[in-house]
Design a binder for this molecule. Structure first.
Ligand code: G6Q
Length: 549
């Protein structure tokens, strides 16, 4: 198929990138006093300031021309109307249907799926209310105090990230825990303080085949039955969220305790479905609905706003600009809000699993750099760790700074210090400090000329490092819903610009299959000689070392 590189708009950007690499952002700010107004978007849930990127008006109009030429608007329409745009799995991509709060009909195979979604929400409400209000009882008749969600990847990261982000909104009537790792240490630590008769497990697995989740679920069942001495107690302590009812019932979960999932919801986009049950149990169903409403608000913005005013589209274009055209290879997510401490891990999966690919929709090799690796940490902790690299290494890392105007936990003097750092860092990354400024500063401090000559090169900061700033009013279920939807649509748009099928994950499947074979070989103590010598050597060393004990 026609490569993006053959588009006129693409080639214009290649030429333009060469020119822009000669520019410094601090000069661009001096030239245009209205740069902030020009390159920022104010939406109800947040302000997006993208003025600290190496762009000018010309860059934006060229990027927008590319978006037009790639038919982002047409593809957006295809997604919202349920076309099967997940072509390698032949599925629609309809996480937007899960938060369709205006209840616009979405017809799939002749059926309005909004009706199914509303039905599932009714089921979620009834269940979460029952658990929270103590009507759902364990095998001994006691109310549930603890809920453990067992799931991994998309069946874990979303709900756990949101639970962490909205901790201040929980009434703590139920303690919610997460187990994702097959390393037994995690489940052992989670279960140690819990009481089986008061613990409920949610087994979250779209496929109900994921070994890590099945292994943890079996351990949880053994733990329960070791206390109840009765397998029938499982019905009172285990529910599942899955699109594979057959496997879930064979596993021992009562059919009426299974919450459905649909094939048009990808794992990493599924927190809006029953995969979000732990969120609803922790916060109450009304808060869960607010989360959906926040996402819906951004769905409306994404589907209706013109491209030049469209926050997800702008973020996607800037990522393309910084990485594909200007050559950055990674991008950092730096929240300045403790509530968002899991956001970078969540976005790492969302973006890298969606667009970390190297063939186009037709399966042909892509001949241009695609998405960066995503990493990050809470901003303040990062400042005292890896920001050195952001400021002075030879690698440019575009970053997203995310903060809130108000803290959800005001403690005198803290938020002001936090936000002063938030503003200072993007300014420093953009402006840098040149040799002359360093010399003057040191001279003013009374340093000797010899000392100044020696340290000047070490103290120069080149600046010109791109950042986006997302400033939310306050962390809330609604604003978190909006923030996640912003990134989901950015990722979708990136996929379209790069011609990548963003909704499969074959790279995840490969490892799953190999691990199953290796586990069987280790169990039989019969290591196949078809493995490469490294893998074979490691497996033999592992088995022999175990035998030596
Ligand atoms: C997400 C991926 C992947 C998936 C996990 C768990 O989009 O598909 O992270 O969510 O591998 O899969 P199950 O939910 O099927 O257990």
């Amino acid at each position: 198929m026609q490569s993006r590189t053959s588009l006129d708009s693409w080639q214009a950007l290649v030429t333009h990138a060469t020119e822009m690499k000669q520019q410094h952002m601090s000069e661009l700010f001096k030239q245009s006093p209205h740069r902030f107004e020009q390159f920022s978007i104010k939406l109800a849930p947040f302000l997006l300031d993208y003025s600290k990127n190496l762009i000018n008006e010309n860059t934006m109009s060229k990027l927008l021309a590319l978006a037009k030429e790639c038919d982002v608007e047409g593809w957006r329409q295809k997604m919202f109307s349920g076309e099967r745009i997940n072509t390698t799995e032949d599925r629609s991509v309809l996480h937007i249907a899960l938060r369709n709060r205006s209840h616009k009909a979405i017809i799939l195979a002749g059926k309005n799926i909004d009706e199914d979604v509303q039905q599932a929400l009714i089921q979620m409400k009834a269940f979460s209310d029952n658990v929270r209000q103590g009507h759902w009882k364990g095998y001994s008749g006691k109310r549930i105090t603890d809920v453990v969600n067992i799931g991994v990847g998309g069946s874990n990261l979303g709900p756990q990230m949101v639970t962490e982000a909205l901790k201040q909104y929980s009434d703590n009537s139920i303690n919610v825990h997460y187990v994702s790792n097959v390393d037994g240490t995690q489940i052992a630590n989670v279960l140690r303080p819990l009481t089986p008769e008061k613990t409920l497990f949610i087994i979250s697995s779209k496929t109900f085949t994921t070994t890590e989740t099945m292994t943890n679920a079996k351990t949880a069942m053994r733990w329960l039955v070791a206390s109840s001495f009765d397998e029938s107690s499982i019905a009172k302590h285990f529910v599942a969220v899955s699109s594979n009812k057959k496997n879930a019932t064979e596993f021992g979960i009562d059919e009426e305790n299974i919450f459905d999932m649909w094939d048009w919801v990808g794992g990493r986009f599924s927190l809006w479905s029953a995969i979000g049950l732990p969120i609803a149990i922790d916060l109450g169903f009304e808060r869960f609905i607010e989360l959906l409403e926040g996402a819906h608000e951004i769905d409306n913005h994404f589907s209706q706003a013109p491209l030049e005013q469209n926050a997800p589209v702008i973020l996607a274009l800037l990522s393309l600009w910084n990485c594909t055209f200007l050559g950055a290879q990674s991008q950092a997510i730096l929240p300045y809000d403790q509530s968002l401490h899991m956001l970078s891990a969540y976005l790492q999966q969302a973006e890298m699993e969606s667009n970390g690919k190297s063939v186009n929709w037709q399966g042909e090799s892509i001949d241009y750099p695609t998405v960066p690796s995503i990493w990050g940490e809470l901003g303040i902790n990062g400042q005292h760790a890896f920001y050195q690299y952001l400021h002075q290494s030879n690698n440019i890392v575009p970053t997203d700074f995310i903060g809130s105007v108000e803290s959800v936990t005001p403690v005198q003097g803290h938020h002001e210090t936090l936000m002063a750092n938030f503003f200072a860092q993007t300014q420093a990354l953009m402006q840098g400090v040149n040799e002359q400024q360093v010399r003057e500063d040191l001279k003013m401090k009374g340093r000797t000329p010899e000392y100044i000559d020696k340290v000047v090169p070490h103290k120069v900061h080149k600046g010109n490092r791109p950042t986006n700033t997302i400033l939310m009013k306050r962390i809330s279920p609604r604003s978190i819903g909006s923030l996640i939807a912003l990134y989901e649509h950015k990722i979708f748009t990136q996929g379209i610009l790069l011609q990548i099928c963003s909704f499969d994950q074959w790279g995840v499947e490969l490892g799953k299959g190999l691990a199953n074979n290796i586990q069987a070989e280790l169990a039989k103590n019969s290591i196949s000689d078809t493995h490469d010598s490294s893998t074979q050597g490691l497996m033999h060393f592992y088995q022999d070392s175990k035998a030596d004990k």
